[in-house]
Design a protein. Structure first.
Length: 330
């Protein structure tokens, strides 16, 4: 039976609220078991603000066993300070994800849906990871992974993730392109059951380099690679990003690959604010998250929009099912 593991994220933000609201919406309509990793005192404080429509049991061990569809895994008791990142909130967020990782559940039956964390809180806690993606990739020993952003209107992927703009040109290489392109293509086929994907590639520079007049990465690296890539029939571009989005060309592609963070996230969030989903491709387990932050400014007010977290669960459910059926009907 599939187990859907939700982590609390930064306890000073909206994470616990998002998870509880999501469980209220999805549990009775879905098969499988649900596990919410969260400090017990914070869970009990949060549910006072929301009318629960599910039964649950508090458990305290990774070796838990429950007949109820929802278990709340208690990871301690912690003071909450709404609205600010703290060393403690970083430690709790890290502990919740670490527990999700070590749970003895088969990888083909396990999906982790992570609530938002604060990079500032992680740094206060002296945790040397920029985010969930890098933590899980390191723990699972995965070198080739990709950050994808999913929605009904546009699907996109990053060639580089949390990198300063000044570092991006130097990171673009034939090897990086080969690794990411291969992974994204395989992900679309296996996790999304798209037999013949169409994948658009954006240029790094304005006007995709204008034939080398505005930067040379396209002419020297990206275009030669795409011409010689054995699976080139699935890839198109590189396109000038402004024209690509201005002409709404994203609607005719199954995936768009961007060179750096804001090149993708700006248009994606413009189209999908509070609806998009972050997905880590390349991991042995399914991991999704809402494409939103900790929202410290509204934490504790009970007004957070859980739509993106609900979508994160739906994508995790779909991808897990697709992985487990991959190859059976092809």
């Amino acid at each position: 039976m599939n187990t859907f593991i939700f982590t609390c994220g930064d306890i000073n933000g909206i994470g616990p609220e998002l998870v509880i609201k999501t469980l209220n919406k999805v549990v009775k309509k879905s098969k499988g078991k649900f596990l919410f990793i969260c400090p017990e005192n914070i869970f009990k404080s949060e549910i006072k603000k929301h009318k629960l429509i599910f039964n649950y049991e508090i458990v305290n061990s990774a070796a838990y066993s429950s007949d109820l569809p929802i278990s709340i895994m208690n990871i301690g008791s912690y003071k909450r300070q709404f609205g600010i990142p703290t060393k403690l909130s970083g430690q709790v967020a890290f502990k919740a994800l670490e527990m999700a990782y070590v749970l003895p559940i088969k990888t083909n039956e396990k999906a982790i849906i992570t609530a938002p964390i604060s990079k500032t809180a992680l740094s206060y806690a002296n945790i040397k990871y920029p985010g969930h993606t890098e933590m899980l990739a390191d723990w699972y020993g995965v070198k080739n992974y990709a950050m994808l952003f999913l929605s009904k209107s546009i699907n996109a992927a990053l060639l580089t993730i949390h990198q300063p703009i000044k570092n991006v040109p130097g990171l673009i290489s034939k090897k990086l392109l080969e690794n990411k392109f291969s992974l994204i293509l395989d992900t679309l086929k296996k996790d999304f059951k798209i037999k013949s994907p169409k994948i658009a590639v954006l240029g790094l520079n304005p006007h995709a380099g204008e034939n080398g007049l505005i930067g040379g990465e396209e002419k020297k690296i990206i275009i030669p690679f795409m011409k010689n890539f054995p699976k080139r029939k699935y890839f198109f571009g590189p396109y000038s990003p402004d024209a690509f989005f201005g002409m709404k060309m994203y609607s005719i592609y199954d995936m768009i690959i961007g060179m750096y963070h804001d090149q993708i996230l700006n248009p994606f969030k413009l189209l999908n604010f509070n609806k998009g989903v972050n997905y880590t491709a390349g991991l042995p387990i399914v991991r999704t998250s809402p494409d939103q932050g900790t929202a410290f400014d509204i934490a504790g007010k009970g007004i957070a929009d859980e739509s993106s977290m609900v979508e994160a669960f739906k994508y995790a459910q779909m991808i897990l099912a697709n992985r487990n059926s991959y190859g059976k009907n092809s």
